[in-house]
Ligand binder design. Structure first.
Ligand code: GDP
Length: 457
């Protein structure tokens, strides 16, 4: 816990706008005292932590602004480990604004983005990776992203990193001890043991690094492109998929989740259709899929739905496209559209490939099979085993840097380089690992991370 005085900060913690209840949060040494000065009900200063109290909040003219419930969290038993008061008031933006304005005249200041979570981190509530997971948890809107964020917030990922780092610190200090002995030929750090540890570390870190592909899918969705010749039926398919999603989203009563244009959620995996503007824009339709501009767009995708036209395409055209897609190296699903008006020969020929799906986008036939195929292609199975998945690009970057430094250590060991160079590479690896959990931080790093949070978090 930091010893210095912590000024008291305030922010609306619930979403802005009208609601039944809004929660305003204050945190800092004087939080309870300041609220008590304007609160009529009980004397909050003599109440216990984790208790809720009904009362009114009045302005300087003794006019009631609102009836509220004040919940007390006495330091260090709060999210920030400081004194915290959560004021539940009526969910009117006007009331919220008047209450916050009142407190601003009482020695409280507005919280900066992420400041509550930053204070929690600085006061040792959790490490940096866990703090970042708080933001992910708030933003999680699928089962998989919720699970990944919850896992990270509960420290699964951090624990692994911290343990590895502790073992490496041991070796670093042994090697540095050798350096203190200067010319004398002593070896405190057994090189074979060090090599074994570095290899162990590398295997764990490599697994974490490769989990990022999956992590990214979980967090950001699968960028998907529907490719095919003009008039194959791409926009008809897209509209059919999106309209169903729209219907599903609006069916869930009471949810505040907005319908996100161009995204569908299948069994907890979000597919984000990219460049759908191009599909809707008629002028764009003159392009064939082999054209370089279309190829560029396809390269941004992790998954391609290749749609050919059973009514109008020739087998040569379809084979040429499939050939081109195979060379592109991005997973693709072959979908023959207009099965309702298919040319018999082409249909028969394409049916020989059991991986090809046949649909009628206009009649919404075959869409279920396509959806199943989409989910299968992403394959979330690995994730379900409960392995740690890296979802944060900052962690990913640091893990890759750690990997590079550890590989340098291994090379150094093979080349019998001197202890001082070995120590240097080990220090690099330690720094990159330490930055993930926040054991090593700089002001810039913290500012960068917490400024991405919303105010009130
Ligand atoms: P895009 O250029 O690939 O986006 O193609 P569109 O979705 O605009 O469709 C081109 C034409 O094909 C339109 O006239 C659609 O009505 C028609 N179409 C789309 N899907 C089907 C289908 O399953 N069967 C038939 N017969 N026509 C379709």
């Amino acid at each position: 816990m930091l010893d210095q005085y912590k000024d008291t900060i305030i922010a609306l913690s619930t979403a802005p706008g009208v609601g039944a209840i809004a929660v305003i949060r204050l945190s800092g040494d004087d939080a309870i005292k300041i609220v008590n000065n304007v609160f009529k009900g009980k004397n909050l200063l003599s109440e216990k932590s984790h208790t809720a109290h009904f009362g009114t909040i009045r302005n300087d003219d003794n006019e009631i602004i609102d009836e509220v419930v004040a919940t007390l969290f006495v330091a260090p038993n709060s999210f920030t480990k400081e004194n915290v008061v959560e004021i539940s008031c009526h969910g009117s933006p006007y009331i919220v604004q008047r209450l916050i304005k009142l407190f601003l005249t009482k020695g409280v200041r507005l919280a900066k983005a992420g400041e509550f979570t930053q204070r929690a981190f600085l006061n040792g509530q959790f490490d940096l990776a866990q703090a970042e997971a708080v933001a992910d948890l708030i933003n999680a809107d699928t089962e998989a992203s919720h699970k990944a964020a919850m896992n990270q917030m509960r420290g699964g990922f951090s624990e692994q990193i911290k343990n590895l780092r502790a073992e490496l610190i041991h070796f670093a200090s042994m090697i540095e001890l050798e350096l203190d002995f200067g010319e004398e030929d002593v070896e405190f750090a057994d090189r074979d043991d060090l090599k074994k540890l570095v290899n162990q570390l590398l295997s764990v870190i490599t697994a974490l690094v490769s989990s990022f592909d999956l992590g990214n899918v979980i967090k950001n969705g699968v960028p998907t492109v529907i490719a095919g010749k003009p008039n194959a039926g791409k926009s008809t398919l897209l509209n059919a998929l999106l309209n169903e999603e729209k219907a599903i989203v609006s069916d869930i009563a009471g949810t505040t989740r907005d319908f996100i244009e161009d995204e569908i959620n299948l069994e907890g995996v979000v597919f984000r259709f990219i460049d759908t503007a191009g599909l809707r824009d008629t002028e764009d339709k003159v392009e064939a899929i082999g054209v370089s501009r279309t190829k560029e767009k396809m390269k941004q995708a992790s998954l391609i739905i290749y749609m050919f036209d059973l009514k109008n395409d020739t087998l040569t055209e379809v084979n040429r496209d499939i050939n081109m897609l195979e060379n592109l190296g991005i997973p693709f699903i072959k979908v023959g559209n207009k099965v309702d008006e298919a040319q018999k020969d082409l249909y028969a020929e394409m049916q020989k490939d059991e991986k090809t799906l046949f649909i009628s986008a206009i009649n919404k036939d075959g869409l279920e099979a396509l959806k199943t195929k989409l989910v299968e292609t992403v394959n979330l199975e690995n994730f379900k085993t409960g392995d740690t998945v890296v979802t944060n690009i900052r962690h990913y970057d640091n893990l890759v840097q750690t990997q590079n430094s550890l590989n340098a250590v291994l090379r150094g060991l093979d080349d019998n380089i001197t202890g001082d160079f070995l120590a240097l590479d080990i220090r690099h690896a330690l720094r990159f690992l330490g930055e993930i959990t926040g054991e090593i931080t700089t002001d810039d790093l913290l500012a960068n991370i917490f400024s991405k949070f919303c105010i009130g978090k």
